[in-house]
Design a protein around this ligand. Structure first.
Ligand code: UD1
Ligand code: CA
Length: 453
């Protein structure tokens, strides 16, 4: 059966104390509500109604979804009032799943469970038992049958002892939902239109009400403040770490690993402590990532090692390469098979071809470095004249002596050698030695100055 989804995301999120709308705060590098949209989309709904209120511009700039329909809730008069904003877009003959926009860990498998429960009922409710249900809506049952939901603020002492709570997620037929929305009133402690009141309406109409439960309570936990944000972040990280380890990745310190994006891996990848992976990252077989590395939107091919404290962004590292410790590969850095980048070497829009090496203290920007060429310590490609960027091209098997400045645009031939300490601003032919530095002089009888008394 066709179904659509309504996501309630108009709340202010005052307790975040932020200029960023609550639902845009990232969890695992992705905005809270984007995570929910992405999960929902795996179930192929006919449409997603996003009820929004605060930060419209920021939300519209940030969020992406295939069948996303924007429903403005000008004033936030409760969850029932929020769903009313989506009402014009809901058809009678489809089912509707209502979700809260601040519980990002909800899993597709749990929503499928809700759909299963709905098959034998008119309303399916996602509920969970909490040791401390304070503040939450309580599920009121008579015998085994659900007869209503009472909000904490409206509940009697006896009702407050109920541990089964409303997650805010439910599923029902479109025609039923619309009829019940029309009957909501705001005659309650918060003077809000409560979506939860539809449950008692359904019960009084003799409708069948079923409940379903998630595997763990954290899945349905909403984020209201930054303490909860951090708890949800840790739970997501633990979930992702478990999935990676199950897939065959060794995480040497799983609680100190952050994945803020998508990581795909080959076999026997080892990731040390305090590694952050962002965006889309692919690691080949036997890749080792040392402690304290940050890797963003990059690929590292098989049998390569990224040593401690290295930073990679939009970089491509080939097979059997070494980077770091303290390597920095900026966008457009490409290392072909067997290339090496050592400590305090920065690459940007530069290629180190097969087996080329830059082992110490070097800047390679806008450069193409031929196979097996060795770049000495302290070499700098001077790619910027203050206005324009220019290219440095070096052939194969060249040798660039330490502390050389290669003033671009400049081409250095294959097999060429540059003497240490040279400033090179003219092209160098293949197989020649180029040196450009002041000749060493020896001054005889030189006396060092002495301290004046
Ligand atoms: C609601 C439920 C409560 C449940 C709890 C689970 C009602 C009346 N109560 O509580 O039973 O235990 O969720 O978290 O439904 N929102 C809007 N517009 C509004 C009000 C809320 O879009 O006018 C959105 C919020 O942004 C949030 C979600 O709805 O994503 C839930 O709102 P929140 O205020 O957190 O829920 P409560 O009313 O406390
Ligand atoms: Ca709340």
């Amino acid at each position: 059966m066709m179904f659509s989804v309504v996501i309630l995301a108009a709340g202010k999120g005052t307790r975040m104390k932020s200029s960023l709308p609550k639902v845009l705060h990232p969890v695992g590098g992705k905005p809270i509500v984007q995570r929910i949209i992405d999960t929902v989309e795996t179930l192929s709904p006919s449409a997603i109604q996003l009820v929004y209120g605060h930060g419209a511009d920021q939300l519209k700039q940030t969020l992406k979804g295939e069948n996303l329909n924007w429903c403005l809730q000008q004033e936030q008069n409760g969850t029932g009032h929020a769903v009313m904003q989506a009402q014009p877009y809901i058809s009678d003959d489809e089912d509707v799943i209502v979700l809260v926009g601040d519980a990002p860990l909800i899993q597709a498998s749990t929503l499928q469970r809700l759909q299963e429960a709905k098959k034998n009922a008119d309303i399916a409710l996602l509920t969970v038992d909490l040791d401390d249900p304070t503040g939450m809506g309580r599920i009121v049952r008579e015998g085994n049958n659900i007869v209503g939901i009472v909000e904490h603020k409206d509940a009697t002492e006896a009702q407050r002892t109920i541990k089964e709570i409303n997650t805010g997620m439910m599923m029902m037929g479109g025609a039923d939902l619309k009829r019940w929305l029309g009957q909501l009133s705001n005659d309650n402690a918060q003077q809000e239109y409560y979506l939860t009141d539809v449950i008692a309406m359904a019960a009084s109409e003799g409708k069948r009400i079923q409940s379903a439960q998630p595997d763990t309570a954290i899945e349905v936990e909403g984020i209201n403040n930054r303490v909860q944000l951090s708890r949800i972040e840790l739970a997501l990280q633990a979930r992702q770490a478990d999935a990676l380890m199950t897939e065959g990745v060794t995480l040497l310190s799983p609680t100190q690993f952050s994945l803020r994006g998508n990581l795909t891996v080959g076999q026997d990848v080892i990731i040390d402590a305090n590694v952050i992976i962002e965006g889309d990252v692919n690691l080949g077989d036997n890749v080792y990532i040392g402690p304290n590395c940050v890797i963003k939107d990059s690929t590292v091919a098989s049998n390569s090692r990224i040593e401690a404290f290295s930073l990679l962004e939009k970089a491509k590292v080939g097979e059997q390469c070494n980077v770091g410790p303290y390597g920095r590969l900026r966008p457009g850095a490409i290392m072909e098979q067997g290339a090496k980048v050592g400590n305090f070497v920065e690459m940007k829009n530069a290629v180190l071809r097969e087996g080329a090496k830059a082992n110490h203290l070097t800047y390679l920007g806008d450069a193409d470095i031929g196979a097996r060429t060795n770049i000495g310590a302290g070499t700098i490609t001077c790619n910027y004249d203050g206005v324009n960027k220019s290219k440095t091209i070096i052939g194969e098997n060249a040798f660039i002596g330490s502390n050389s400045a290669l003033v671009a645009p400049v081409t250095i031939g294959s097999g060429a050698t540059v003497g240490a300490g040279s400033t090179i601003n003219k092209d160098i032919d293949d197989n020649v030695l180029a040196v450009s530095r002041a000749k060493q002089r020896a001054i005889q009888g030189w006396e060092r100055p002495t301290k004046k008394s």
